[in-house]
Design a protein around this ligand. Structure first.
Ligand code: CTP
Length: 365
């Protein structure tokens, strides 16, 4: 199951871990992707003990850098060749209250580490220790569920422990064209009725929404969110629109959603925990969309992409900076408020394609 191109590298990691007396496995989504023969650069590794020196060894051998997430006993190693290794220490998790981040406790038992995960399809592993290299351990039926195209949670409290899994369930179902297993579907519907998604912090929700908006099959995922009544937790009135397919950029897709929401779009964007620069761009596009006037200053490509997606019939000149400036109007003898009201009229006319250049604009005076 291990792709040829990773075999040598994973063997080397396993060999080093073995020398330290650690058991080592490839776990989670990477196992699923290897089985499905999907290319992935993100590989999750689990170790039966402290993996810090394995992380250091990888960086020394292949270049790149490592970053420690201390709360979760995790090291993220970004290698020079673009590969990303998330190295966890096998652990047990408990959730002090629904929607909280888990309390983590190391456990050398790989089964505990698999059981704390979201779905069967992400809860299997194979060994990379030299004497058992490539040996698969699948205690919860991951392979069977992948073959059957089923998203299945591992225990009845899963959605309550971590309600982000409700969004993850539809994301994986949409991405792979899978269905929710009958009991998982029933528990998800109950969790929606119980409004569990409200327990997800806006920070974690933003992370899930962006992951959804990064997906190729975003339309299918939205259809599932609609089917299970999850969209309302993203924002009241949020719906699918074909214009979302005009770009693959997740931030531009947020901008499209904001425009389509109309007046509440600004609040929606502000409710998300987006990087400040992206939020600024998105709100800039939303403002132009609301005003329906050509801008005063040039628009960035991102703003243009958002606006072209939501307004496909817009004349090309509409998104260019207004063809006249206040100074031009002053020179024509206008003064005071008349300058700003005329400028707005010209910007509106340019937006509608009625004015294409300065001569057109000055002829209207
Ligand atoms: N995981 C989990 N519950 C979550 C998030 C993650 O159980 N709320 C586990 C799953 O086993 C998952 C692994 O951590 O496979 C890695 O998380 P992530 O990278 O988000 O999942 P992938 O399955 O790799 O998803 P993707 O293919 O979208 O990267």
């Amino acid at each position: 199951m291990i792709p040829e191109k990773y075999k040598e590298q994973l063997y080397t990691v396993g060999e080093y871990a073995n020398k330290l007396g650690l058991k080592a496995w490839v776990v989670g989504g990477a196992v699923r992707d290897f089985y499905l023969k999907r290319d992935t650069l993100d590989i999750d590794l689990a170790f039966s003990g402290n993996q810090e020196s394995v992380a250091g060894f990888c960086v020394k051998k292949w270049g790149g850098d490592k970053h420690k997430f201390s709360r979760f006993y995790t090291y993220r190693v970004s290698l020079g060749n673009g590969m990303k290794l998330d190295m966890v220490r096998t652990r047990k998790e408990t959730y002090p209250f629904p929607g909280s981040l888990p309390q983590v406790e190391p456990s050398p038992n790989i089964k505990d580490d698999l059981f704390r995960r979201d779905f069967t399809t992400n809860a299997w592993c194979f060994s990379i220790n030299p004497d058992t290299f490539g040996k698969c351990y699948d205690p919860f039926g991951a392979q069977k569920d992948i073959d059957g195209g089923l998203v299945r949670i591992l225990h009845d409290k899963s959605f309550l422990d971590d309600p982000t899994r409700m969004f993850r369930a539809v994301r994986f179902a949409g991405r792979f064209g899978w269905k929710l297993a009958p009991k998982t579907e029933r528990l998800l519907r109950e969790a929606v009725k119980g409004e569990y998604p409200l327990l997800v912090t806006r920070d974690r929700f933003t992370h899930e929404l962006i992951k959804i908006l990064e997906e190729e099959r975003v339309k299918e995922i939205f259809a599932l969110m609609d089917k299970y009544d999850l969209l309302k937790f993203a924002w009241p009135g949020l719906t699918w629109h074909e214009s979302l397919l005009k770009t693959k950029n997740a931030m531009e897709r947020v901008g499209i959603l904001a425009c389509l929401l109309g007046a509440s779009g600004e609040e929606f964007v502000r409710s998300l925990r987006l990087p400040a620069a992206s939020a600024h761009e998105i709100l800039g596009a939303w403002k132009v969309y609301q005003e329906k006037m050509s801008p005063l200053a040039p628009l960035s490509d991102m703003k243009k992409n958002i606006l072209r997606a939501v307004l496909p019939g817009l004349p090309a000149s509409a998104l260019e900076p207004c063809v006249v400036r206040g100074q031009d109007l002053k020179e024509k003898g206008l003064s005071g408020r008349k300058i700003s009201t005329t400028l707005e009229e010209i910007r509106r006319a340019q937006w509608q394609g009625k004015i294409k250049n300065k001569e057109d604009a000055l002829a209207t005076l």
